[in-house]
Design a protein around this ligand. Structure first.
Ligand code: FES
Length: 65
């Protein structure tokens, strides 16, 4: 069981919200469009941008499974 935590402090976006935003997407989409979709849904990474790498990392891990 994975634990939820805040990934983007500026926008208070949690790990689970990012996973939710990836629902309906598939691993054949490229990482940048997936990132755009997650960003549009959650507004993550629209503040300081410091969470960008973490968000990318979560997306790639979620899509590898
Ligand atoms: S921590 Fe996500 S934009 Fe600042």
């Amino acid at each position: 069981m994975k634990e939820n935590y805040i990934v983007c402090n500026c926008m208070q976006v949690s790990y689970f919200s990012i996973l939710d935003a990836l629902e309906g997407h598939n691993k054949f989409e490229d990482l940048l469009s997936l990132f755009d979709a997650v960003q549009a849904a959650t507004h993550c990474s629209t503040g300081c941008g410091g969470c960008h790498d973490k968000v990318m990392q979560i997306i790639s891990e979620a899509m590898m499974g």
